[in-house]
Design a protein around this ligand. Sequence first.
Ligand SMILES: *Cc1c(COP(=O)(O)O)cnc(C)c1O
Length: 372
Amino acid sequence: MDMTCLPDNPYLLLTPGPLSTTKSVKAAMLRDWCTWDDDYKQLVQEVRTKLIRLATAKSDDYTCVLMQGSGTFSVESIISTALPESGKLLVLPNGAYGDRIVQIAKTLKIDCVFNDSGELEPPDLEKLEATLKEDKVITHVAVVHSETTTGMLNPIEKIAQIVKKYGKLFIVDAMSSFGGVPINIEAMDVDYIVSSANKCIQGVPGFGFIIAKKATLLQCKGQARSLSLDLYDQWNTMENDKGKWRYTSPTHVVRAFHQAMIELEEEGGITKRTERYRTNHRTLVDGMRRLGFQTLLPDAYQGHFITSFYSPESERYSFKTFYDLLKQKGFVIYPGKVSKASAFRIGNIGDVYPADMERLVKAIEASMFWKD
Ligand SMILES: *Cc1c(COP(=O)(O)O)cnc(C)c1O
């Protein structure tokens, strides 16, 4: 397809999703698809199979379910469906997305406890072990992998070891990391891992996906506390009707995602994408430190997807003015979300390259109005 007719984006989205996508991903949406037609269902099946392969070599033990809505809908579909009536969830929050899992459980009236380590610290492994030793009623443990609130990458391998030592089911919100760092779910014995179309796979927003251990999901029939977010039922229809969704599916978004997965392969898979994101991140942080900015997190905790920087201390600084100046120069950044410090965030995932990060640092240098 000739893509020269497609308009250029007025700016790069340096936000953790939706993010900047390629023209070819956007162009894939320029036709209509029937939601129950075999051509379309075939596309859905391909996407499901490829997603499982990205997460594990033991494809037969796992299955993949696509779910309408933003990422939170998919997280809610897991929590709503995975826990039996007698189940109890332990969450290890250290930011807004971990808090959201707690909020989902509370809304659904699911028995839930949480070990909050604070926004600036990873989950406390000793406390996790102590909690699991003490509270035998806990059945499931949930954690966020890349906590987008700060950019912290939580140590899911170490957490998995403890969770599995006590025989609990393990739920991982890998929303903003899946596809952008190698994750081996069978090595960690993860039961559910969740991400969405508009993060590291570089599609457009509209659905999420859950990769679940088949043996675990098969036990969840009739457990869901929601009709439209029933993960078991969605799987049942998708599996037995070979790619059919229960209700209207986001056909254009799925088509774009299918194209995004081809482009991930063309880039060289997750290994190469990880390298690009890491180089983006390095280029960004090195440049920002040269300009005098400080990262919120120490490097040891920092992931390579999104970075929080302390706001400049000057009284003349305002995020809004800074944001507007950068937007005029072609970059959209993200406000801070931590409660205890004034910060802003810059994402480096999406169709974004080290050269863009270098241009960004120059644009930031030229936008430090509080220095004049
Ligand atoms: C983006 C994201 C989500 C989902 O957010 P939505 O706005 O519902 O798409 C959940 N968890 C994490 C860690 C995220 O980065």
